[in-house]
Design a protein around this ligand. Sequence first.
Ligand SMILES: *Cc1c(COP(=O)(O)O)cnc(C)c1O
Length: 462
Amino acid sequence: MDEELEFFNEIAQKLLISEQKNPVVKPVPTHQVIDELDINFKDQGIEDDEWKELIEKMINFTPKTASKLFFNQLFGGRQPKAVFGDLLAVMLNNSMYTYKVAGPQAGIEKTIMKKVVQLAGYPDLADGTIAPGGSMCNFMALVMARDSVVKDTPNAGVNSKMTMYTSKESHYSIPKNAAFAGIGRDQVRFIKTNKKGEMDTNHLNDTILEDKNQGYTPFFVNATAGTTVLGAFDDIEAIHHVCKKHNLWLHIDGAYCGGVIFSKKYKSLVNGIELSDSFSFNAHKMLGTPLNCSIIIAKDKSYLSKSFSNDAEYLYQTNTDDFDLGKTSLQCGRRNDALKFWTLWKSIGNNGLEKLVNQQFYLADIAREYIKNHPDYTLYSFENSISICFNYKDIPANEICTLLYEEAQAMVGYGKFESTEFVRLITINANNSETDILHFFKVFEEGAKKLKLKHSISVNTA
Ligand SMILES: *Cc1c(COP(=O)(O)O)cnc(C)c1O
């Protein structure tokens, strides 16, 4: 192991340096990558030197998601203390199902849950778990809702047409999970939004009534805290009002921006969170831990065990129920995703986590200000969102984003709201500063110039 650790240190150092020097990697086309990087296997292994060389080469061609010019997805940057925790988790290699195998690691996860439960304003009866991603947190919420409304479902299966509700701006995992859970995609109702991308609660109520009249069984509403494109926050209090009237489970998908619970300044964006039945967020998004760290809490912990516990004598051989975390988790063997969040949180404290969140909104304000002050830009996003959606001159968003990617200038994506496509800049990397955001715009505008030039050349030669 010594040699591998030494090599790891060496290449990690090199990566940090190259991230500074070349923050964006020139992409290798998909049809070349396997041959070019000699990825395929052979009967014979290779010498260590060759193996090391290969690994360095592979790293050099891997997109750099922690660099200052990565704005492509809803994660980015690197929190050193969290990275350390994740590396340690791999070395320790515990599985989180029982106290016998996880020891203090189970206590760490429990403590995180307890604190998150408090931040959400849930009662002591609440508890939570860590799932492999925000999509799977949404799945767990859906299954708990299903089993709470029609109690025999875990044994008998789904026997009626159960309908569920989510805004048309919500994450695609919602219909996907409907398929997984036996509800069926056809029973998902996509509720309209207002122009800010927030769920229209009148339309929600009308749709539920209509379904009831048709003999369906409405059971679940998904509200989003930070929609994938615009970063909008659904009005939880108003949605709860509708849920209460019709007795539906209310889940809050806070995968993207549920992390605002850590900020006194921005917590009001999820006002009413304590009224929900379940809530999830990705610490690997706003809190900056490495992928994945996805937490779901349920207001009443008995729903977690009702839907996710199964007797397994070979596994649960000591009487440590409360710390046998396998009884409320989706998986059996489960990697330790709690430790990285804990090493970070313990180190920087509640205040440190708050600062991470606030910095992202600050950077978003910087970006919005810049756009507002430059008449060549059109802004599509609203206050209190860390998704900055814009267009520049008459340049198609997908073309400029592709050019920046192919020419290794910056990683930024595009999105669509209603019929408008735009560039979507995500200011989630809390390590970035005002300078980094302004630098992005410079890189972007240079890219736009290049694109114009390309167009005029192709027009002239046509
Ligand atoms: C990212 C995201 C998800 C999915 O989370 P994964 O961890 O990628 O599975 C779900 N909902 C929203 C709103 C998201 O932004």
